[in-house]
Design a binder for this molecule. Structure first.
Ligand code: PHE
Length: 514
């Protein structure tokens, strides 16, 4: 490999070719030009290798060359030349067989064929006879004699020309080729020359504009690396589901398999009216105290409520109706208007049931799983916010037996088939039941939820038909998740103290598989 700096020519095996792209004249191209040639035997198709770092940069694929602002341009060069075969070389040195034969024939008289044969190499004799005969140089018989005085060794001359790199005519080439005295040889090389952004020293392109660059002002001189939009990014290391999300998904699937529809729970802010009043929860109830509930300062009150329904709710609180005596207190609109962070998803259930009451009645099965907020002292089992799972069935003539049946169905799908119920109290359900399940691991009955049948004082002011009953239940998402994942402090599961490693490494724990 030969490299020439400052030369404008690319040398192809010594051929001084001055035509074509690689022959830019020295005045036009004061070029940094590298001539790289590799001698290859004919038939070989491998291109010469570029070893120099610079050369590699110069021969970058087009796309990259463009990105680098074309420091250099390169081109492959392929040329066919002719070289002598072994036989050709021999004749170039010793003369062609026909001339050797001619010279062996005496200038005067003749020589017997046998004698002539002895004087020459067998191959030279054989070829010489036929070529000299064809050229009409000699008379061939038993005796051989010259027919001309002098001969010219045209073949030897042509072979020497080929050896010296001179071009021959087509006919000359084909005659030598036919006699297998020459063969084609392929030359491959590269031609490299300066591109518009050529620089003798490689400048490292800046990949970032830094604070220092801006302070020093050297950003003006910097050459910035262009973005490579085809580069593949780091594989994203994300998409880990929090245990609560995994359990929520399973619960959602269970509800869907049971034919329940999901309620829209996308409002954390609710009015006291829908969270409490609509649920027949009296305004003096301790849960409605700021010690238990987060009230909003801004906006502190709701903008609108369905007025005729508000009127019916007020009446049922104050004096009852629908077979009820009511609470017998003076119901205050200001209390109902107060905005709060919903304390239970039953607020959403009340909105849904009211919407249902406005249409011709159709039975429904609804569920939701979303966040609720309570102003509670935080300890290992309580947070000020948690997720509530809620299910309800609304149909004509439902009874407590239906509630118990649905609860057995639902909880057995969670892997809790042993259930017990304990009478309880909720302002909005009658009867109400706490749900207990026997936990094999703990060896005891644990409370798993709360349930009941919505009171007529809640359903009838909405306008639902009298024989429509609603059975409902609620439980927290955190409780079963903690049991399933063996977490005993809720703060390890939810909130700012959670170890992110828990989210990345938590196993798949399936509800209902023990
Ligand atoms: N809202 C109740 C709670 O917060 C749960 C519940 C829902 C109870 C539906 C009965 C019926 O605990």
């Amino acid at each position: 490999m030969r490299r020439t700096y400052g030369s404008h020519l690319v040398h192809l095996g010594g051929t001084q070719k001055t035509r074509g792209w690689y022959s830019a004249s020295p005045t036009v191209s004061p070029a940094y030009c590298t001539s790289l040639t590799t001698k290859l035997t004919y038939g070989d198709s491998v291109a010469g290798t570029l070893e120099s770092h610079r050369a590699q940069q110069l021969t970058l694929p087009l796309e990259r060359r463009q990105r680098h602002g074309r420091r250099g341009d390169s081109r492959d060069i392929k040329r066919e030349t002719w070289v002598l075969t072994g036989e050709g070389k021999k004749y170039a040195a010793e003369g062609s067989p026909e001339v050797q034969l001619f010279l062996a024939v005496p200038a005067e008289g003749s020589i017997s064929k046998d004698e002539l044969q002895k004087k020459l190499d067998p191959a030279v004799f054989k070829i010489g006879c036929s070529q000299a005969g064809k050229n009409k140089w000699v008379e061939m018989g038993k005796q051989v004699s010259r027919k001309v005085q002098n001969v010219e060794d045209k073949v030897k001359d042509l072979l020497l020309q080929v050896q010296n790199g001179h071009a021959l005519s087509k006919e000359e080439i084909s005659s030598l080729k036919a006699r297998k005295l020459i063969v084609p040889q392929t030359w491959k090389g590269y031609s490299v020359r300066k591109g518009p952004n050529y620089a003798p020293k490689r400048k490292k392109a800046a990949t970032d504009l830094t604070r220092e660059n801006l302070q020093k002002g050297d950003w003006k001189e910097l050459e910035f690396k262009e973005y490579n939009f085809n580069a593949k990014g780091q594989p994203a290391e994300g998409g880990h589901l929090h245990p609560l999300l995994k359990v929520r998904k399973q619960l959602k699937d269970i509800f869907l398999q049971m034919g329940f529809e999901e309620m829209p729970t996308n409002n954390f802010v609710e009015s006291s009216f829908w969270n409490f009043d609509a649920l027949f929860q009296p305004q003096q109830h301790p849960a409605r105290d700021s010690h238990d509930t987060f009230f909003l300062e801004e906006p502190s009150t709701t903008r609108e409520l369905p007025e005729d329904y508000v009127e019916r709710v007020k009446r049922v609180h104050e004096s009852g109706g629908y077979g009820s005596r009511g609470y017998g207190y003076e119901w205050k609109r200001e209390e109902a208007n107060k905005n709060l962070l919903r304390t239970h998803t039953t607020a959403v259930s009340s909105r849904m049931l009211k919407a249902l009451a406005e249409k011709p009645f159709a039975p429904k099965k609804y569920f939701s799983i979303d966040r609720v907020f309570r102003n509670e002292a935080v300890d290992r089992t309580h947070l000020a916010e948690f997720h509530q799972i809620e299910g309800l069935v609304c149909d004509r003539g439902l009874t407590l037996g239906d509630l118990i049946g649905v609860l057995h169905d639902f909880f057995s799908r969670l892997g809790m088939s042993k259930l017990r119920f304990k009478p309880a109290y909720n302002p909005y359900t009658e009867p109400s039941m706490e749900i207990f399940s026997y936990h094999e691991g703990f060896g005891k009955w644990v409370e798993v939820g709360n349930s009941g049948m919505f009171r007529p004082e809640m359903l009838l002011p909405m306008g639902l038909p009298e024989d429509v009953h609603v059975i409902a239940w609620g439980l927290s998402l955190e409780r079963p998740t903690m049991i399933l994942y063996g977490i005993d402090n809720i703060r390890d599961l939810f909130g700012h103290k959670v170890d992110l490693g828990l989210i990345k490494r938590n196993p798949i724990c399936r509800l209902g598989i023990s």
